[in-house]
Design a protein around this ligand. Structure first.
Ligand SMILES: Cc1cc2nc3c(=O)[nH]c(=O)nc-3n(C[C@H](O)[C@H](O)[C@H](O)COP(=O)(O)OP(=O)(O)OC[C@H]3O[C@@H](n4cnc5c(N)ncnc54)[C@H](O)[C@@H]3O)c2cc1C
Length: 490
């Protein structure tokens, strides 16, 4: 018979959006004695960085009737369901997708009842013909939303333990009955629980796991991680250690980033534009307009030799991005058509540092500075300029309006990499977010939510449905908690 230092009805492991929502509902609706364990000194996780969340047929969509984007409509649940399934090439788990399309709307109402105001419900990338209008953007974005949810969790009576990482699950007779954690003084504590909800935010911060599970092989070493350092897959590994199954572990939420710079930096906005992109071989490798979906662009860049790409542009294009604005947005980080007023200064500073941006009056010299073959880069630029002149790209069929020649010196190059925001492939769960074992049976007492729960994706994060991860985290936390309440209370 297992013994414990302290006992709860429900323990949520991870204090991001999914764990907090699970703990809040367990305590508030179920009156369960609830604990929230958080590895970091503060709760929040990557959820504080999110700008918005998905929902289908929400009160906000209904009140607005039609989205601001001409000719578009707010999608039905059925449209959302089909889009997830189709986008994944039928690799998504229909039970999980069904949960997502039915349950995300209630999150909007709960957050509104807690005081959140939604400023708009829109798309993420303008001119993306396949995108659905699901992106609910709260005032103060994810950071404010997480503050509000934290207060609600405290008010509901949840005991919150920060700097307290969970280490392993306690299992008795095939049922999860608790969790071993390390408290803020480094002591091991055994916490009994009738239900444990794993909400550790995935494994994006664990390079070993990224190498093992993502499709990028040795190129994984060149990925830049931009999520919280604590999201190292502990909770996923705890479940795997007791026989849990996985569902499509490979997809990552991945985005182009100017090496070493923030996502909102104008040099990042410049490097992400559909200008000429070459890889380490000095050759063009893709229709650069792929950047419209940052997840696709992240995949493409991460797959290049050494995971590197160089965005090459001339002074006219730099000036165009400053005066006329970005040709495409990069999610919410670089809005569509925003004037990149900081671009020249950021370029000049980075060029002076000589690490990731270069400038020259000759293409060959620019290539030499980067370490690329000057003759190959010159031939690539000449060919690209011919396409621009003709308004036709017979190699990659890029839309003519993005064909900007590289003609007027000085010429610039920005090194782009792919950054992981979070991993999105994870444990196999059912529609109630119960963790499923290798015999396809739920493991009693164990749930996984947020980025610890797999099933919405095939090989790539789905930006056709913007806000998917954050919507999933909050909805799943709630669904898991309600299932646990029912199971515990009968
Ligand atoms: C820059 C950025 C922007 C993003 N923007 C969006 C967006 O606009 N829309 C969107 O849908 N998604 C976005 N995301 C993804 C977002 O992270 C997810 O949407 C979602 O909010 C993740 O929620 P979560 O609860 O699963 O994980 P998190 O919020 O990351 O929470 C996980 C928590 O678990 C804790 N933890 C880890 N291991 C342990 C352990 N062993 N014991 C105890 N605690 C542990 C971590 O410290 C962390 O606090 C963004 C991510 C990043 C990095």
């Amino acid at each position: 018979m297992a013994t414990f230092d302290v006992e709860y009805d429900l323990v949520a492991v991870g204090g991001g959006g999914s764990g907090k929502m699970a703990a809040y509902i367990a305590a508030k609706e179920g009156g369960l004695k609830t604990a929230l364990l958080e590895k970091a000194p503060e709760t929040g996780g990557s959820s504080v960085f999110a700008e918005g969340q998905t929902a289908f047929e929400s009160s906000e969509q209904k009140a607005r009737k039609v989205p601001p984007t001409p000719g578009m409509h707010y999608p039905t649940r059925a449209e959302g369901f089909k889009r997830y399934i189709d986008y994944s090439h039928k690799r998504a788990n229909p039970e999980v997708v069904r949960m997502q399309v039915y349950e995300t709307a209630e999150t909007i109402d709960i957050m509104k009842s807690l005081g959140i105001v939604y400023t708009d419900v829109t798309i993420y990338a303008y001119e993306q013909p396949t995108e659905l209008n699901t992106f609910h953007r709260p005032e103060g974005l994810g950071a404010h939303m997480q503050e509000v949810l934290l207060q609600a969790t405290k008010d509901a009576g949840v005991d919150i333990f920060t700097s307290t990482p969970a280490k392993e699950l306690i299992v008795e007779d095939g049922k999860v009955v608790g969790v071993v954690a390390e408290d803020s003084d480094g002591n091991t504590i055994r916490i009994g629980a009738k239900a444990v909800v794993l909400a550790g935010g995935g494994f994006g911060g664990n390079l070993e796991m990224v190498r093992e599970h993502s499709r990028f092989g040795k190129n994984a070493d060149h990925l830049i991680y931009m999520g919280p350092p604590e999201n190292t897959g502990d909770t996923i590994n705890m479940a795997l250690a007791i026989g849990a199954d996985t569902w499509e572990m490979l997809p990552l939420m991945i985005i182009p980033v100017a090496k070493g710079k923030s996502l909102v930096a104008h040099i990042n906005g410049g490097g992400s534009q559909p200008v000429l992109w070459v890889n380490n071989t000095g050759q063009r490798y893709y229709d650069e307009h792929v950047a419209l979906s940052f997840a696709d662009a992240g995949n493409v860049i991460a797959s290049q030799p050494d995971g590197r790409s160089y965005s090459i542009m001339d002074q006219d294009t730099v000036q165009h991005l400053i005066d006329d604005g970005s040709d495409i947005g990069l999610g919410d980080f670089i809005p569509y058509h925003v004037q990149l007023t900081g671009l020249q200064a950021e370029l000049d500073e980075a060029i002076a540092e000589g690490e990731m941006a270069w400038k020259s009056d000759s293409i060959e010299d620019l290539a030499s500075q980067i370490g690329l073959d000057p003759a190959v880069v010159k031939a690539t630029v000449d060919k690209y300029n011919e396409f621009c002149h003709a308004g036709d790209d017979p190699l990659f069929f890029k839309d003519a309006k993005y064909l900007r020649p590289v003609k007027k010196a000085p010429f610039y190059a920005i090194e782009m990499r792919a950054a992981i925001l979070v991993s999105v492939g994870a444990l196999r769960v059912n529609g109630s977010l119960q963790v499923i074992d290798k015999e396809a049976k739920p493991i009693p007492g164990l749930y996984a939510v947020g980025m610890d729960a797999g099933g919405l994706f095939g090989d790539t994060y789905n930006l056709d449905v913007p806000g998917t991860a954050n919507g999933f985290s909050h909805a799943g936390g709630r669904v898991a908690a309600r299932h646990a309440i029912k199971t515990i209370k009968g």
